[in-house]
Design a protein around this ligand. Sequence first.
Ligand SMILES: O=C(O)CCC(=O)C(=O)O
Length: 206
Amino acid sequence: MTHLHQPTLFDDDENQAPAIDLAAFGAATEHQLDEHSWITHVPGLLTGHWRLLDELATLDVWEQRRRWMFDSMVDEPRLTGEYVDLAVAPALLAELAATLGEQFEVPYDRIWMNWYRDHRDGTGWLADRPAHQAPTAIVPVLSLGAPRRFLVRPSGGGPSTVFTPAGGDLIVMRGRCQRDWQHCVPKQKTPLGPRMSLNFSSVTQS
Ligand SMILES: O=C(O)CCC(=O)C(=O)O
């Protein structure tokens, strides 16, 4: 298979088959944002993440969405895809949803995916609503591919906290993160390979 990124000699993950490493939860770090909200960073939950990225890239779920910007329609700076029925998703995605469900006691039943083709793609400030209407939610986001900056700021503005999840890392937004905080993946100046994010949600958290 042709890989979408430029492998380096040091890229141990390059040819590994994707696998969930449950031991990674033991190395998780917690970052308290305020009294009610916090982020858990689980490094290396998925080994072989490049291989999964390459596999997902071949699927026909990807869409180029468009949106209004001022008075013109523009392409969103990323591709997006969604599984609302995990029975038709690749088996590993359903397995990831089940693993996260067990870990966080939330029955994840949907996966929203972003494909940042390179450093010029990104996503602006957002909170995951209306998918998460409840005041609190546990929203896991698994990164595949190149490391990207993932910023969190108070809703409506304020200083950002910067995370840099690498491929295979899990970022979990918890507490009131979808109410009181916003997150984004900014475009970057430095050339970078592709990244995908897998965002797990549950209708029971809505
Ligand atoms: O790509 C990411 O890391 C997060 C994107 C996200 O939160 C979203 O699309 O709702």
